[in-house]
Design a protein around this ligand. Structure first.
Ligand code: PLP
Length: 406
């Protein structure tokens, strides 16, 4: 083992100060070691030498281990190299990056698309590029952290509306309109990542149109899940042409990593000149672009994967409901098992792990205080037998923690 050199007083003082914050997390039951997977991400995973049924990933369709994606990544690295060594705007755009964007635009039925390093950076990049002083953003209170951070980076005013509340959204839009802002942008998650509910997009779009606002939808959890061949919420609700900005991630159902915005050519041109993560952070390895293209091929040619995802979703939700768990208002493969305090959620997660199930407890700040939960996501690759085993583990652990109603 190598020993580290002695640390200066200043270095130690920083550690002491940070350790105080960490102690507070421990007191709240929120201190968590990283779970290290000793296997590929799949319907089962190996952690600490044990095989566990995995309900913790966003790998909805299991595409990360699909032979076509792996082949594309391997071939891509051989042919194009491991990295790009540049940002997109200088020398980091290769044919494969533009091919992926053309495919994404076609998939989302928009004029153009632009890729970013992740879903997080696309939200931060797009919001900070499109909104300036004199503009306003109207945002759902439970939007994803990356949207909140993007909004924080703008000088635009912000108006929050109650979660999925059309009347409150209309109030905010009317207030925005009355003030005569230059740009009004309404932003919502398509599927909310912690509750699994779907944004009331038709009502939001209609109201936004009434007040001269553009709409941005973040379909991180909807792409590959909702709509024709997994095209997302805009397609699910038949709103093509009425949503200005369709955000997505390549890191969840698509099975690789990255983010994109599908929009008009004008939006794409604007972002190429203004979006800071695009300008100042290097582009994806070509293997990433090529495996994402392979993922789109799979989405278009193997719709049975999405059917399987939804069949598993119905089976698992029904099982949890019959056991008497509070599973919130989810309409998608994301199913929260509500626990109240963070300590209970972490305890449930631990009990499940002892029983062979990997399902993460989630507390503040990812969800509001008092709304801690174990969040489950089933995938297309789980077998019915695995889901039934998981339900047995939930029943046993839930009984111990007195989480079952009735
Ligand atoms: C996961 C998620 C992101 C971030 O995507 P990454 O590609 O993991 O950075 C953005 N928005 C929403 C709504 C998400 O759920």
């Amino acid at each position: 083992m190598t020993t580290t050199p002695p640390r200066s007083d200043a270095v130690q003082a920083l550690d002491r100060s940070l350790a105080e914050d960490l102690d507070r997390l421990r007191e709240e039951g929120l201190f968590r070691p990283l779970r290290v997977l000793e296997s590929p991400q799949g319907h089962d995973v190996v952690i600490g030498g044990r095989e566990l049924i995995n309900l913790s990933s966003n790998n909805y369709l299991g595409l990360n281990t699909h032979p076509r994606l792996i082949e594309a990544a391997v071939e891509g690295a051989r042919k194009w190299g491991a990295g790009t060594g540049a940002v997109r705007t200088i020398a980091g755009t290769q044919t494969v990056h533009e091919q992926l964007e053309t495919r994404l635009a076609a998939f989302k039925r928009t004029e153009a698309a632009l890729c970013f390093q992740s879903g997080y950076t696309v939200n931060v990049g797009v919001l900070s590029a499109l909104l300036e002083e004199g503009d306003v953003v109207v945002s759902d209170k439970l939007n994803h952290a990356s949207i909140i951070d993007g909004i924080r980076l703008t000088k635009a005013d912000r108006l929050l509306y109650e979660h999925c509340d059309l009347d409150d959204a209309e109030r905010a839009l009317a207030a925005a309109r009355a003030k005569g802002y230059r740009r009004i942008l309404l932003v919502t998650d398509g599927v909310f990542s912690m509750d699994g509910d779907i944004a009331p997009l038709p009502g939001l779009v209609e109201r936004a149109e009434r007040y001269g606002a553009a709409v941005m939808v973040d379909d991180a959890h909807a792409t590959g899940v909702l709509g024709d061949h997994g095209r997302g919420t805009t397609d699910h609700f038949g709103l093509h042409g009425r949503v200005a900005l369709n955000i997505g991630t390549l890191s969840k159902a698509v099975g690789v990593v990255g983010g994109y915005v599908a929009a008009s050519q004008t939006v794409r041109d604007h972002l190429i000149h203004k979006a800071r993560p695009f300008l100042f952070s290097s582009s994806h390895p070509p293997a990433v672009a090529l495996s994402c293209i392979a993922a789109l091929d799979v989405l278009e040619s193997e719709p049975e994967l999405i059917e399987r995802l939804w069949a598993n979703t119905r089976h698992f939700k029904q099982g949890l409901r019959e056991l008497g768990f509070d599973i919130g208002t989810s309409e998608t493969p994301i199913t929260p098992v509500m626990c109240g305090e963070a300590g209970t959620a972490m305890r449930l997660s631990d009990l499940l792990m002892e029983r062979g199930v990997f399902a993460q407890g989630i507390g503040f700040p990812t969800v509001p205080r008092g709304r801690a939960r174990v969040r489950t996501i089933v995938t297309a690759t789980h077998t019915t037998d695995e889901l039934d085993q998981a339900l047995t583990a939930f029943a046993d652990a839930g009984r111990r923690l007195e989480l079952l109603r009735g």
